[in-house]
Design a protein around this ligand. Structure first.
Ligand code: FE
Ligand code: ZN
Length: 434
């Protein structure tokens, strides 16, 4: 009897200490070990899908066998394929490494919000995908800087639990960092998710892998993660755009020229001039290096690109800009030119996917006026675009269960706020400039 009270007190003390003490986050994790197993030469590996123009989807996979065919059979009932599409293939070598055969096959036209069953090159298991809806609502999952660690696994598990239509990845995918087989293990790690929903990506510095005088950059990335750049009038896989329901999404390249005379800048102007806000009221941009960042990590790296491109995005009325690179989460107010502005974009840094470099903990103080929420934790975001005027943004920490939101916000579109009418004149001026 005498021991009962001290025990209870002890338990209470430990409990309150645990709650009061600062949570110490675990150390960055090492890249996962992937057991190697030989597959039949035509066996499809690293299957992932991406949007490829209105009602079309690109199926990408790798085979060890160089003579494996690049066709995809598909249909809306399991095991019954009433359509077949022929694709193309590529491969590359990198120092002592030779890639498998990398296949890209576009299927469609497809119905919206429909499950399709498909098989790659007539071999291996059946996969299934769901197309996004043709109209609102549409849900995006967002996390950059993924890598392939235990933390990545945790992020993917959380993303898998959320109901999303399209995954948006603002750069830094595999952290292969010149070790080419890590591109293969990354492809295998993400396949369960990326074969089922379109994964739309843009490049980060970890995709570069150039070697001066020997290798150009982005060779592996471009070969493996082909995005709909041709479909969007771009001449480079490093920047492109696509539309899903009422949302126009622009993927910019932080590591390709962006000055006013660059191809990217001119493509961006052309792309923006085609956006019809009565058809796509929402305008979203992704790029790797954040323009609004109050973390000491990568401080100021986005300044050059911001100086050139922010006036254009502001004039066009971009609603949200997602970035990665800084391994943490930060959300801004609507901003422009460094200051809160109701007609500017909400900037969200979400480089918190879980790579081997770990988190960026050090923030500048005082917190800038534009910065609303910032935290160095791994996690992912969800953007549910409900209709032409409202979207719900939430950020989910990996330390919590998926239903727990660490940060959340209703975002009203600029289209519904009246900002776009004011902007028309300045956008026209910039677009008309030679
Ligand atoms: Fe990174
Ligand atoms: Zn980066």
């Amino acid at each position: 009897m005498g021991r009962k009270i001290p025990d209870l007190v002890l338990v209470l003390c430990i409990f309150s200490a645990a709650v009061a003490a600062d949570y110490v986050r675990p150390q960055p994790r090492k890249t996962l070990d992937f057991p190697w197993e030989r597959k039949p030469s035509s066996y499809p590996q690293q299957v992932h899908i991406s949007l490829a123009g209105d009602r079309y989807m690109r199926i990408s996979w790798v085979t060890d066998g160089k003579s494996s065919p690049s066709y995809v059979e598909y249909g809306t009932s399991p095991g019954r394929y009433d359509s077949t599409a022929q694709g193309e293939s590529t491969s590359y070598s990198y120092l002592f490494y030779s890639s498998g055969k990398i296949h890209h096959t576009v299927i469609g036209p497809l119905e919206g919000n429909t499950v399709y069953f498909y098989r790659c090159g007539g071999e291996g298991p059946e996969f299934q995908l769901r197309t996004p809806r043709a109209e609102f609502p549409v849900a995006f999952a967002v996390a950059g800087d993924l890598g392939q660690t235990g933390w990545t696994k945790s992020t993917l598990d959380h993303v898998d639990q959320c109901k999303y239509d399209v995954y948006l990845l603002p750069g830094d995918l595999s952290y292969a960092d010149y070790i080419q087989h890590r591109w293969d293990t990354f492809g295998e790690l993400v396949q369960p998710l990326a074969s089922a929903r379109p994964w739309m990506v843009t490049q980060g510095n970890h995709e570069d892998e150039s070697i001066p005088l020997i290798k150009d950059g982005f060779q592996s990335y471009n070969a493996r993660w082909k995005m709909p750049y041709e479909e969007s009038g771009s001449s480079s896989n490093l920047y492109y755009s696509f539309e899903v329901a009422g949302i126009h999404v622009i993927m910019l390249g932080s590591y390709t020229d962006y000055d006013e005379y660059s191809e990217q800048y001119n493509w961006l102007k052309a792309d923006l001039s085609k956006v019809d806000r009565s058809k796509t009221p929402w305008l979203i941009v992704l790029t790797h290096v954040p323009w609004y960042n109050s973390n000491y990590a990568h401080q100021g790296e986005g300044d050059g690109m911001m100086q050139t491109m922010e006036p254009l995005l502001y004039a066009a009325g971009v609603d949200i800009v997602f970035a990665g690179h800084v391994h943490a989460y930060e959300r801004s107010k609507r901003v422009n030119s460094g200051n809160p502005d109701p007609c500017g974009a909400v900037h969200i840094t979400i480089g918190d996917g879980g790579n081997r470099e770990g988190l960026a903990h050090s923030y500048k103080y005082p917190q800038p006026e534009w910065s609303v929420f910032r935290e160095a934790s791994f996690g992912h975001g969800e953007l549910e675009v409900v209709n032409s005027s409202h979207a719900f943004w939430s950020w989910h920490r990996n330390d919590d269960d998926e239903p727990v939101r660490s940060d959340q916000l209703w975002i009203t579109s600029l289209k519904s706020s009246g900002c776009l009418t004011q902007k028309q004149h300045s956008l026209r001026k910039i677009l008309m400039a030679p």
